[in-house]
Ligand binder design. Structure first.
Ligand SMILES: NC(=O)C1=CN([C@@H]2O[C@H](COP(=O)(O)OP(=O)(O)OC[C@H]3O[C@@H](n4cnc5c(N)ncnc54)[C@H](OP(=O)(O)O)[C@@H]3O)[C@@H](O)[C@H]2O)C=CC1
Ligand SMILES: CC(=O)N[C@@H](CCC(=O)OP(=O)(O)O)C(=O)O
Length: 342
């Protein structure tokens, strides 16, 4: 089965990572590549690491350029996907890496993104209960945000087993590529190198409602989330440290059993051996999510930590994994858990 794929936003970080993965996917054939201000340029100017595509010229992002493919990946700024998707119509698989179709509640969308809600598509985190079945055969996929990917994978086993109280406190460090390519003052080398800094503190980060949505669906009750993101001086990677009060009677052995059960057979979400903790260095360029959990008995809290590559499992790898499911291909086709180290 040959899958002809177009990538809109091919000059960006997410688009570049999708192309890196598609170049290694045995069934993918790369069709149209589009961008905005860089339309007309060679892809090699924006993505010098993608040598086989270096001479391909970026087209403008229009429905005409993106038509005639089996799958269209949208790696565009928030709010740009809905119009393109509507013009492409039914009958083509659209995998949206933006936030436009992730949230169920329009009020959440309007509050955090400030525009009318476009709708809700099947959510591209197959590891969550029920998500894999919803993705099979779907023609639409909403790829999760990078932080919600890391956090949901770290905590859902505790909520699925009814072991955590419905309040989670999360701190996550992200590499700077999470912010995309656009110039932003807080991302200047002189600001980022040698420093770690929080942002979006106090419930203001737009990924908070997405985490609440995911964890509440698994818990069967509303889970509150206090989320503090921090920017780390590295290009890629997220390390999420998540904590929730343990329900009475939870033991370290019972907690580990719950994680073992929830992650059994998962090709990419892995519970590490006891005593070994996740590190972003171990997932560089890999689609793996490494997870570890402990019970802090003195504090009565569950501590779950996950590491992902924000551009791979956190975006493009999750997008390709979901594409495979939607098209009936083996879920792990073209994806790897082998990282690059040191
Ligand atoms: N970076 C990450 O870790 C993650 C990103 N995502 C999502 O992926 C999407 C892309 O992010 P990212 O690659 O980081 O961003 P970048 O800023 O690196 O890239 C944005 C891309 O969109 C294009 N573009 C910009 N404005 C428009 C427009 N008005 N119409 C059409 N195309 C446009 C740009 O083209 P040009 O270069 O020509 O301006 C570029 O190709 C976002 O929705 C982001 O939320 C999701 C999860 C994680
Ligand atoms: C470091 C950094 O700035 N990260 C981005 C999150 C990137 C991401 O995954 O989010 P979306 O797909 O929702 O844009 C941020 O905090 O806004």
């Amino acid at each position: 089965m040959t899958v002809r794929a177009a990538v809109a936003g091919a000059s960006g970080y997410a688009g570049g990572e999708i192309l890196r993965l598609l170049l290694q996917h045995p069934e993918a054939e790369i069709g149209a590549l589009s961008a905005n201000a860089s339309a007309g340029q060679r892809l090699g100017e924006a993505q010098p690491h993608l040598l086989p595509l270096a001479d391909r010229v970026l087209a403008p992002t229009t429905a005409e350029e993106l038509a005639g493919h089996d799958v269209v990946f949208l790696a565009l700024p928030h709010g740009q996907s809905a119009a393109v998707a509507e013009e492409l119509g039914e009958g083509v698989l659209i995998v949206d890496c933006g936030a436009d179709f992730r949230l169920v509640d329009p009020a959440d969308w309007e509050r955090f993104y400030g525009s009318p809600h476009a709708g809700t598509w099947p959510y591209g985190l197959p590891e969550l209960p029920g998500a894999r079945d919803a993705l099979r055969g779907s023609t639409r996929v909403a790829v999760p945000g990078c932080y919600p990917t890391a956090v949901s994978l770290a905590l859902f086993p505790a909520y699925a087993a009814g072991q955590a109280e419905p309040e989670a406190v999360i701190t996550a460090a992200s590499g700077t590529s999470g912010a995309g390519r656009g110039a932003k003052q807080r991302l200047l080398g002189s600001e980022v190198m040698g420093a770690m800094s929080p942002y979006g503190v106090g419930g203001g980060h737009r990924h908070t409602p997405e985490m609440i949505q995911n964890l509440s669906a698994v818990a069967g009750e509303r889970v509150t989330v206090s989320f503090t993101p921090t920017l780390a001086p590295m290009p890629r990677g997220i390390l999420a440290t998540c904590s929730a009060r343990a329900r009475p009677g939870v033991t370290a052995a019972g907690l580990r059993e719950a994680y073992d059960k929830a992650l059994a057979g998962e090709p990419f979400a892995r519970l590490l051996p006891e005593g070994q903790w996740p590190s972003t260095a171990a997932v560089l360029g890999s689609n793996a999510a490494l997870i570890q959990v402990a019970l802090d008995e003195a504090a009565g809290r569950i501590i779950a930590v996950s590491a992902i590559d924000n551009l791979t499992k956190g975006t493009a790898g999750g997008a390709v994994q979901s594409m495979n499911l939607a098209l009936g291909l083996p879920e792990d086709l073209g994806l790897t858990t082998i990282g690059v180290a040191p």
